[in-house]
Design a protein around this ligand. Structure first.
Ligand SMILES: *[C@@H]1O[C@H](CO)[C@@H](O)[C@H](O)[C@H]1NC(C)=O
Ligand SMILES: *[C@@H]1O[C@H](CO)[C@@H](O)[C@H](O)[C@H]1NC(C)=O
Ligand SMILES: *[C@@H]1O[C@H](CO)[C@@H](O)[C@H](O)[C@H]1NC(C)=O
Length: 179
């Protein structure tokens, strides 16, 4: 009984043994056209020892060269564009819809919040015209843009083409259970 209780009380302790990897939707490029892919980070989640978040789950995503905060109004159309540089984009609220000018068979809806992280890597040198982002929500969309140092792309493997599905990103939920 005690054991069952303690496992239940500290789900991250017994989960820590398994190696969970973050999956993110990426805007990549192939043969000069932008693509959508589901990437799995090579770096697994680990357990932080930092004061304030000690014992909780984290994963390092590498170094950032700058950070900016953007507010996109409802129904804003960002048009077709390339990623200005390799960057993380963390949507914290609202809704983004990413489509591909050269492939109308796939698209991604990214909801702001815990599953709002993507990586954009379709820079001009790898994609002729890039992708289109529209913001069809009824509220503003807030995005943190986080370019990586020296344009570094995080080490990853491609799980499949097309955006990550819900079951591929919801794994973090297990670590957010109340203690
Ligand atoms: C999607 O692209 C294909 C191939 O370019 C084209 O034949 C088709 O009409 C397009 N469909 C839509 C809905 O735009
Ligand atoms: C394309 O340009 C980006 C920076 O804009 C750079 O980080 C990346 O290494 C370049 N890729 C290739 C294949 O040249
Ligand atoms: C990432 O994808 C793998 C394979 O589908 C899955 O086992 C894992 O739980 C996913 N990670 C998260 C954080 O959901």
């Amino acid at each position: 009984m005690m054991q069952a209780l303690s496992l239940f009380a500290f789900p991250w302790l017994f989960k820590a043994g398994t190696s969970l990897h973050l999956n993110v939707t990426a805007i990549s490029a192939r043969d000069g056209s932008s693509t959508l892919e589901c990437w799995q980070m090579n770096q697994p989640f680990d357990t932080s020892t930092e004061p304030g978040i000690s014992g909780t789950t984290q994963v390092s995503l590498g170094a950032a060269s700058s950070l900016s905060y953007s507010i996109l109004p409802p129904n804003f159309d960002g048009g077709i564009h390339n990623a200005p540089e390799n960057q993380w984009v963390a949507f914290t609220s609202g809704l983004a819809h990413i489509t591909l000018p050269d492939d109308n068979a796939t698209s991604a809806y990214i909801t702001g919040g815990p599953f709002g992280l993507i990586f954009a890597a379709d820079t001009k040198n790898v994609s002729r015209i890039g992708h289109r982002t529209e913001y069809p929500g009824i509220t503003e969309t807030v995005a943190l843009r986080i370019p990586t140092v020296d344009g570094e792309v995080p080490k990853h493997r491609v799980l499949h083409s097309g955006p990550c599905g819900t079951s591929e990103i919801a794994g973090i939920r297990a670590y957010g259970l109340p203690a």
